[in-house]
Ligand binder design. Structure first.
Ligand code: ATP
Ligand code: FE
Length: 335
């Protein structure tokens, strides 16, 4: 089964070709324009998608050595995401499925971040059901109980900022460019995680909160910079390591509680922040420490990519779960 998948929920235009559960190509066109603005500008994102979508799909087909007539179905991101961005990928997918007369499959972006683990890759195990997924991305922070490809239940989520936002906003306070998450990760590797202490938010149950941490970091930096204008410069690595350490602690605490509550000890992480080296390392350590089995996705399937949309498309294809052309894109979407 050849699947063409299209992802355009935020600022990356991506197209992938899958043969069953194997990825033949996964092309991502990044939009550098947003760096100048310190965040994604929705109107500019949607315009860039318009320019990128045709060449990106073209390259994906060529690289996979597949022609459009070989395709069996088209999967696309229905939501959640930026409406103007979603509409570009959605309209393109609909037109192409109509022209080729092949099934159309609408995919939930957050489910795809989780189910990316089912892409067949050498040296990467697939989780077995049921497992817990921790989705940590630019717009979401969720703990999901995954019972099957089609039965996913959110059991905890953030009440304010997402983890990715916590990273990016902390980075902004430190004067780092957008998106700052990867930079905090880089500097943290050279720093002492216990150099500075930040308190963890008190949130009941499996929910998260990150906006208080951001404010705490802002005040901490303002206070220290007032005394020593070179404070950030002189302590950059230690500050980054301490911020990252706090965020990881918050995540691991909630995962521990989720394991306790569900009795499920299989944990998969997904979403852009799962690229973080500290999170990967800490999660791996839980295997010998607490007997968890952990799944960490291949790097290219962590941030937004069409391959993860394609794998969900493929499993829906096998069940004949098709959508009709009147399906609409949704900025927010139920699970
Ligand atoms: P959503 O999936 O919720 O709609 P999104 O698609 O915009 O959001 P992703 O592309 O999954 O988000 O992830 C982007 C986020 O991941 C950014 O906040 C970025 O800073 C963060 N990120 C990427 N790499 C790292 C890293 N190594 N350490 C920390 N954060 C990282
Ligand atoms: Fe995403």
């Amino acid at each position: 089964i050849y699947t063409l998948a299209i992802e355009s929920s935020c600022d990356d235009t991506s197209a992938a070709i899958l043969c069953n559960d194997k990825v033949l190509s996964n092309i991502v066109a990044r939009q550098a324009i947003h760096e100048e603005y310190g965040g994604v500008v929705p109107e500019l994102a949607s315009r860039a998608h318009q320019q990128n979508i045709v060449p990106v799909v073209d390259v994906a087909l060529k690289k996979a050595n597949v022609t459009k007539n070989d395709l069996n179905c088209i999967a696309f991101t229905q939501g959640p995401g930026l409406m103007g961005s979603l509409l570009v990928g959605g309209s393109f997918a609909k037109s192409m499925s109509m022209a080729l007369q092949i099934p159309l499959i609408a995919v939930n972006h957050m489910k795809a971040h989780i189910l990316a683990h089912f892409i067949d890759e050498e040296n990467f195990d697939k989780p077995t059901f049921p497992f817990l997924a921790l989705t940590i991305s630019g717009g979401h922070t969720q703990i999901v109980q995954v019972n099957s490809f089609f039965d996913l239940k959110i059991i905890g989520e953030t009440t304010d900022d997402a983890v990715g936002e916590a990273f990016d906003k902390s980075a902004k306070i430190l004067g780092l460019p957008y998106p700052g998450g990867p930079l905090i990760d880089k500097y943290a590797q050279e720093g002492n995680p216990k150099a500075f202490r930040f308190t963890k938010p008190k949130v009941d149950g499996l929910d998260f909160s990150f906006s208080g941490l951001k404010t705490q970091i802002l005040y901490f930096i303002q206070k220290n910079q007032a005394v020593n204008p070179n404070f950030i410069e002189e302590n950059r690595n230690d500050i980054c390591a301490s911020i990252q350490h706090t965020i990881i602690n918050i995540l691991i605490d909630k995962l521990k509680l989720a394991v306790q509550q569900t009795g499920i000890k299989q944990i998969a992480i997904g979403g852009g922040v799962s690229a973080n080296s500290g999170i990967r390392k800490t999660l791996k350590e839980t295997e010998s420490k607490w007997g968890w089995k952990t799944y960490i996705p291949k790097f290219e399937y962590t941030t937004d990519n069409a391959a993860m949309i394609g794998i969900v498309g493929y499993y829906n294809y096998l069940e004949n779960n098709f959508d009709t052309n009147d399906i609409v894109s949704k900025a927010r979407i139920e699970f």
